[in-house]
Design a protein around this ligand. Sequence first.
Ligand code: PRT
Ligand code: ZN
Length: 304
Amino acid sequence: MSIVPNNAARERLRIAIQKSGRLAEPARALLAACGLSWRESRDKLFCYGETLPIDLLLVRDDDIPGLIADGVCDLGIVGRNELGEQASERERNRVPAAYKELRALGFGSCRLMLAIPEEWEWTGAAVLNGLRIATSYPAILSSWLERNQVQAGVVELSGSVEIAPKLGTADLICDLVSSGATLKANQLKPVESILESEAVLAGPVRDFDDARGELMAMLLRRMDGVLKVKHSQLLMFRAPSASVDALSKLLRDAEPLTRTAASDDGSLDLQTMHHGEVSWNLLEELERAGARNLMVLKVERSLA
Ligand code: PRT
Ligand code: ZN
């Protein structure tokens, strides 16, 4: 399972994902839902694609943009925050862009936020002038400060950013927030969102001119088929034709009803793709409006 030179034409596609951490499991689950399966190397750093010629490299998330830029990997699943930081750094150093976001994947959601001590009042970006901000995202933050015409110091820290104000190494922080519990535990409050982040599929800026082009197109198509229906459920029921209008009105988050069959007693078999979960309340409302034999099915994938 050796890794072939970067510049050689390749028959296999190589995707970098996080080895362990927040994005590791959901990234694997998404790729498995796209029909991929692997044999893992003994050192657990490489997964050889079995069902398709698509291999995985298991790495630290920080390394993923660089691996794509260097051509070691063709694609990567990484937080937009990480990809954006390294892209901003390249831009600030006038190094050409080397990767782009191909798809937002709907997991690993968080925000890069400015957070200040709880007792401070926030009246807007101007209050930041002359202050020091601790962050692991210096390039994104510096670009934001410039755009907002703020002169503030940026203190780069690789971890434990939230304790910087207590330690006196910075006045406030710019860090990732999901539930907000970490900020609260450190008597900080979020005041400004700098970046909305989630896991993304990243790829190189140029197209592949070998077998990888077709593999990537197939993977993207399958991924779209999984992502599109990720939060959808298929709802099926039988109803008298006279109730169809009333039932349609109740289904505000669904595609228009389609008829699958008509029975002898004049009732119709109907189905629709419902965006988001079909609640018990909705099922009971539909029942009161005339629907029978209600059935909710999980949707795994779709192909348009
Ligand atoms: O080892 P490796 O370098 O691969 O992993 P890592 O430790 O750098 O990354 P990891 O696994 O912690 O996060 C990977 C990615 O998950 C990040 O780059 C984000 O895109 C995404 N993500 C989503 C988060 C969070 N939510 C998150 N809450 N990454 C970090 N956090 C941290 C945040 O930095 C803060 O310390 O969680 C804390 C805040 O959480 P709340 O819930 O208290 O607000
Ligand atoms: Zn990391």
